[in-house]
Write a protein that binds this ligand. Sequence first.
Ligand SMILES: [Mg+2]
Length: 260
Amino acid sequence: MHTTPRLVAFDLDDTLAPSKSPMDPRMADLLVDLLGVAEVCIISGGQIAQFTAQVIERLPQADAATLERLHLMPTCGTQYYRHELGEWQRQYAEELTDDERGRALAAVEAAARALGYWEAETWGPILEDRGSQVTFSALGQAAPVHAKAEWDPTNEKKNTLRDAVQLELPDLEVRSGGSTSVDITRRGIDKAFGMRRLVEVSGIGLGEMLFVGDRLDEDGNDYPVKRLGVSCIAVEGWEDTLDVIEGILARAAGAAESVA
Ligand SMILES: [Mg+2]
């Protein structure tokens, strides 16, 4: 992309910040600089609490006009937040119905118990109702990384559980999520869904956007954005993203100079 994109969208984990961890102060400063030349969106499968802890609480002091250019899309854009009147406000949430949610919670618990995956020793609740998504976390939401890594290193348990739950919920989508988790959503909810919603709410076309993510490979959760036809830059970790943003800022400065 030779001109400055009107909007730059980022994945969160391993693109802006280490997985489930706060972003580096250098990233925070660069994001605010970037908001000076483009609108910015952050889109992730995680929930708003993660955005708050990893990004929002790390941003340096910025004026209201700057923050209004930041679009937050937790749970793949089934929820959408903007900064208005001095605070972050949810603009919409596309939630599961009570019936869908109830069936999802019941089906995943029954299948996990039947398969012997319902663990006795956990760190926090196994089931989480995220409104637009029901999540099963085998060891609880707050399990330490080493325990999570040991639970299902080959993905066999998650895939077995996913298949069993999917059979019970043909109208919903069941996906293997993080290291110990299985997510249940409406069908067709991925980052491409979120990017299409972003076009509607921002009025900016896909052709004027740039997406940056660490999982743009065909099995990755960023791949649907690439398949949608958005210009994409693949990074291998958040440190790469520092260079990507610096490049955009340098080109924007160069363009401003040649106009002046
Ligand atoms: Mg990622």
